[in-house]
Design a protein around this ligand. Structure first.
Ligand SMILES: Cc1cc2nc3c(=O)[nH]c(=O)nc-3n(C[C@H](O)[C@H](O)[C@H](O)COP(=O)(O)OP(=O)(O)OC[C@H]3O[C@@H](n4cnc5c(N)ncnc54)[C@H](O)[C@@H]3O)c2cc1C
Ligand code: SF4
Ligand code: SF4
Ligand code: SF4
Ligand code: FES
Length: 689
C-alpha cells in the first residue's frame, strides 16, 4: 500500500490514498459536496461544475469529483465563493433546460394541487388515489370544487388549442365520488406529539391548519364565534352554490381526525389571546374579514349589509325582501345576494355597479348565472343618497364614467355631473366589501397592517411568539383557496415551532417552466390526446333555479369526468421529485430567470418501451453513455456534434429501443435530470408514453 496523503478540508485533517479525489476525501469526513454529473464508479465527466471547491494556492475553483487529492492540500468546500459559483453553475444549467418541473396549471393553484397527477388517475379509473391527492392537497376539495374561481385553469396548456381543462369540476368529481364511496379515503396521522394548538376561526384557513396540524400528530381546538364551522363558506356563500351537506361532510372528516370544536366562542368576548397563549402551545388566528362596509352615502344605515342578509338565510330566518330588491356592489357577495333575493320572491332584482362588466371582481360565470335567472346588472351607477319615501326606500344614484386607473389598477369611476336619478325599492342590500374586524387587536399587542393582521409572509408568524395568522384576517377579503393555502403554510410553520425548530414555513421548490411553446413543441404534448371541447357542467334549468336553494351545478358523471381527463396533456416532469437539478437549484436559492436566453427546443422521444428521452434536459454528464458501455450494448448512447452543438443521443438516429436494449432502466436511474426517465412514474409522467 502506498503512503497516505494528508490534506485539510474545511479545517479538518484527512488521509487518503493516492488516486483518490477531493470528493472522496470529503466524503470520508462526512462532508457533503453536491454533485450532478458524477456517478460513483464512473470516470468523471466534470461537466456540471456543481462539486466545485476552493484549493489554497489555486487561482480558480476545481471540480472535486475530478481533482485528485494531493499531499498538503487545503480545501474549502462551502465558502461564499464556492456557493456563488455553484449557484451560477445551476443557473446556467437551468437557463438551458427545456421542460417544466410541474404542470403550468399547478403553479396557478395557491394550494399547489398536483393537478396532472389526480387527473391522470381519474382517466385510469383509480378514483380512490385521485381523491387521496385532492384531499391531501386541498383539504376541502368538494367545497373548493364548487366555489373556487379556477385560478389554475388560466395557466392550462390546453388553452393553446381548445378551452382549458375543467380542473375545478374534476376535483369536485373526485371528492364527491369519494364522499359517497363505501370505504372513503381516510388520511393517516403521525403519532401524538402531546402539543396542542388553538385555532381561532373555523373557516377555510382555520380548517386547513387544523387538518395539517392533526395529521402531524398535534392536538387542535378550534374556537369560532358562530354556532357552526365553515366561515364564509357557510355564512356567506349560498347553498345553491355550496350545499351544506357537502361542507358538513368535509368538516366531519377534520372532526374525525380529532379536532375539537368550541363553537359560539368569540375571541375578545369569551376568551383572550393572552389566555390562549397560556393554555396552548401555539395559536393560529384565522378570524377572516367579518366587517361589512356601508354604502358610503347619507342614509346608508337603511341598507342591509349583504353579510347579514346571507347569514340570516343560512340561519333559516330569511329577511323579507319585498317585490323590488336593489343590491349595490359588483363582487361575489353582490351576485350571491341578488340570486338569493330572487329566490326569496323579489320580482325585480337590480344590481348597481359603479364600474363596467370588465372590472367586476367576480367570476363572469357568476354574473351570467345571475342574469340567466333574471337579475339585471346596471353598470356605471353609484348611490349618493338613501332615504325612506312613501313607505318604500328611495335611492338617489349618479351615473359614472371610467377615468384613469386607481391603486387597484382598475379604471376609476368618475361621476357625471347632472346625471342623478332616483330608483325606489322594497329593500336595498349593501355588498360593497368586507373588512377585517380590528377588535382582535385590542385583546393584545398584535401588530396590524393596512389590510389586517401583520405577518411574516414566508411563515405567517405574527409579532407575538407562537402566534400565527392567515386567510382573510391577514389579506383582507380574498378567496377560499388562498385561505386554505394559508392554513397549510401556517400548519407547516406551527409544526416547526412546536418541535422547537427554526420556523421557515414551507419554501417552494424551484420551478422551471417553459414559456411559449412553438407549434412543433405543442405537437409533442398533443400526441395521443383526444381533440375534444371542454365538457360543459350540467345545470338546473334557470326557471327552476329561481324558486329553490337546490344546487345549481349538478356535477360530472363518471363518463364525462373520464372524457374530460383524457384532454389533459400531462404537463410536468416525470422525474420532478427526485431530480437532482431541481433539488440543488432549490437548495441554492437559484433564480431560474437569471440567464434568460433562447432555450433549447423541447423534444420527447417515447418510442422506447420503458423510458422517455427528453434531450432538452440533458446536462451532458455522459452517465448513460457509460451505463450502456458497461452493459455491453451494441449501439449504446454517444456524444454527437461539436462545441456548443454537442448532444447525447442514440447514434445514427437509430431508435432508443436499439440504443438501450438492456440498460434503459439503469440509465434512467443514473440520469441526474429528467432527460431519461422511467415511464409511468412521477407527476404527470404517468400519462406520458
Ligand atoms: C358572499 C361571499 C361569497 C364568496 N364567494 C367566494 C367564491 O365564490 N369563491 C371563493 O374562493 N371565495 C369566495 N368568497 C371568499 C371566501 O369565502 C373567503 O375568502 C374565505 O372564506 C376566507 O376564509 P378565512 O378562513 O380566512 O375566513 P372566514 O371564512 O371568514 O372564517 C373566519 C371564521 O372566524 C370566525 N371568527 C371571526 N372573528 C372571531 C372571533 N373574534 N372569535 C372567534 N371566531 C371568530 C368567524 O365566525 C368565521 O367562522 C366569498 C365570500 C363571501 C362573503
Ligand atoms: S383549488 Fe382552485 S386553483 Fe386550485 S386546482 Fe382547484 S380550481 Fe384550481
Ligand atoms: S393540460 Fe393538464 S397538465 Fe397541462 S396545464 Fe392543463 S391541466 Fe395541467
Ligand atoms: S441523458 Fe445521459 S448524458 Fe444526458 S443527463 Fe441524462 S445521463 Fe447524463
Ligand atoms: S463536475 Fe463534479 S459532479 Fe459535476
Amino acid at each position: 500500500m502506498s503512503a497516505s496523503l494528508h490534506l485539510t478540508i474545511d479545517g479538518r485533517p484527512v488521509d487518503v490514498q493516492p488516486g483518490e479525489t477531493i470528493l472522496q476525501a470529503a466524503r470520508k469526513l462526512g462532508i457533503s459536496i453536491p454533485t450532478l454529473c458524477h456517478v460513483e464508479g464512473f470516470a468523471p465527466s466534470a461537466s456540471c461544475f456543481l462539486c466545485a471547491v476552493q484549493i489554497e494556492g489555486m487561482p480558480n475553483l476545481s471540480p472535486s469529483c475530478a481533482m485528485p487529492a494531493a499531499d498538503g492540500m487545503i480545501v474549502l468546500t462551502n465558502s461564499d465563493e464556492v456557493r456563488a459559483v455553484r449557484k451560477t453553475a445551476l443557473e446556467l444549467l437551468i437557463s438551458d433546460h427545456a421542460g417544466d418541473c410541474v404542470g403550468p396549471c399547478q403553479t396557478g393553484c395557491p394550494a399547489r394541487l398536483d393537478i396532472p397527477g389526480f387527473i391522470s388517475l381519474i382517466g385510469k379509473g383509480d378514483q380512490r388515489q385521485a381523491a387521496q391527492i385532492v384531499t391531501d392537497d386541498l383539504v376541502l376539495p368538494a367545497s373548493l370544487g364548487r366555489v373556487c374561481p379556477r385560478l389554475c385553469e388560466q395557466n392550462c396548456r390546453q388553452c393553446n388549442v381548445e378551452e382549458s381543462l375543467s380542473i375545478r369540476n374534476l376535483h369536485r368529481f373526485a371528492a364527491d365520488n369519494q364522499r359517497l364511496a363505501i370505504d372513503p379515503y381516510r388520511p393517516r396521522k403521525e403519532p401524538a406529539t402531546g402539543k396542542r394548538a388553538a385555532i381561532v376561526g373555523a373557516g377555510p384557513a382555520g380548517l386547513a391548519a387544523a387538518y395539517f396540524l392533526l395529521r402531524r400528530g398535534h392536538g387542535v381546538v378550534l374556537f369560532d364565534a358562530h354556532p357552526q364551522a365553515g366561515g364564509m363558506l357557510r355564512y356567506g356563500i349560498p347553498a345553491f352554490r355550496l350545499p351544506r351537506h357537502v361542507l358538513d361532510a368535509e368538516i366531519k372528516m377534520i372532526r374525525d381526525l380529532g379536532a375539537e370544536f368550541r363553537l359560539g366562542q368569540k375571541l375578545g368576548r369569551d376568551c383572550t389571546l393572552d389566555q390562549l397563549r397560556r393554555d396552548f402551545d401555539a395559536v393560529f388566528l384565522a378570524v377572516g374579514a367579518q366587517g361589512s362596509r356601508g354604502l358610503g352615502c347619507s342614509g346608508e344605515e337603511l341598507a342591509m349589509p349583504a353579510l347579514e342578509f346571507l347569514e340570516k338565510i343560512t340561519d333559516g330566518q330569511p329577511p323579507a325582501v319585498g317585490s323590488d330588491a336593489i343590491i349595490v356592489g359588483g363582487g361575489n357577495t353582490a351576485m350571491d345576494a341578488s340570486r338569493c333575493a330572487l329566490r326569496l320572491g323579489a320580482k325585480s332584482v337590480r344590481v348597481l355597479y359603479r364600474r363596467t362588466r370588465r372590472e367586476m371582481p367576480c367570476l363572469m360565470e357568476e354574473v351570467e348565472a345571475a342574469e340567466e335567472e333574471g337579475v339585471t346588472v346596471e353598470f356605471l351607477v353609484a348611490p349618493i343618497k338613501l332615504e325612506r319615501k312613501n313607505g318604500k326606500l328611495n335611492l338617489t344614484c349618479q351615473r359614472m364614467e371610467l377615468g384613469p386607473p386607481d391603486k387597484s389598477g382598475r379604471a376609476s369611476p368618475v361621476p357625471i355631473r347632472g346625471s342623478e336619478f332616483e330608483v325606489s325599492a322594497t329593500c336595498v342590500i349593501a355588498a360593497i366589501g368586507q373588512a377585517v374586524d380590528f377588535t382582535v387587536q385590542e385583546a393584545a399587542d398584535l401588530a396590524f397592517s393596512k389590510w389586517g393582521i401583520e405577518v411574516n409572509t414566508n411563515t405567517l408568524a405574527t409579532n407575538l411568539t407562537g402566534v400565527f395568522a392567515g386567510g382573510d384576517a391577514v389579506t383582507g377579503p380574498d378567496l377560499a383557496v388562498r385561505a386554505v393555502a394559508a392554513g397549510k403554510l401556517a400548519a407547516a410553520s406551527m409544526d416547526q415551532y412546536l418541535h422547537g425548530q427554526k420556523v421557515i414555513g414551507s419554501p417552494e421548490a424551484v420551478n422551471v417552466l417553459m414559456s411559449k411553446l412553438s407549434e412543433e413543441e405543442l405537437a409533442v404534448f398533443l400526441r395521443g390526446i383526444e381533440e375534444a371541447p371542454r365538457a360543459p357542467m350540467p345545470h338546473l334549468p334557470a326557471e327552476q333555479r329561481r324558486t329553490t336553494f337546490e344546487e345549481v351545478e349538478l356535477g360530472f358523471t363518471p363518463e364525462t369526468a373520464a372524457r374530460e381527463s383524457r384532454r389533459c396533456l400531462g404537463c410536468g416532469c416525470g422525474k420532478a421529485i427526485p431530480c437532482g437539478l431541481r433539488s440543488y437549484a432549490t437548495q441554492y436559492g437559484v433564480d431560474p430567470t437569471r440567464f434568460v436566453g433562447e432555450r433549447r427546443h423541447f423534444v420527447r422521444d417515447s418510442s422506447h418501451p420503458d423510458i422517455i428521452f427528453e434531450p432538452g434536459k440533458c446536462i451532458l454528464c455522459g452517465a448513460c453513455v457509460e451505463v450502456a458501455r458497461q452493459a455491453g450494448e451494441e449501439l449504446g448512447m454517444s456524444f454527437l456534434g461539436r462545441g456548443f452543438e454537442v448532444a447525447v443521443a442514440s447514434p445514427f438516429g437509430r431508435p432508443m429501443a436499439e440504443a438501450l436494449k438492456t440498460s434503459a432502466k439503469r440509465a434512467a436511474e443514473v440520469c441526474p435530470t429528467g432527460a431519461i426517465m422511467l415511464k409511468g412514474t412521477g407527476c404527470g409522467g404517468c400519462r406520458k408514453g
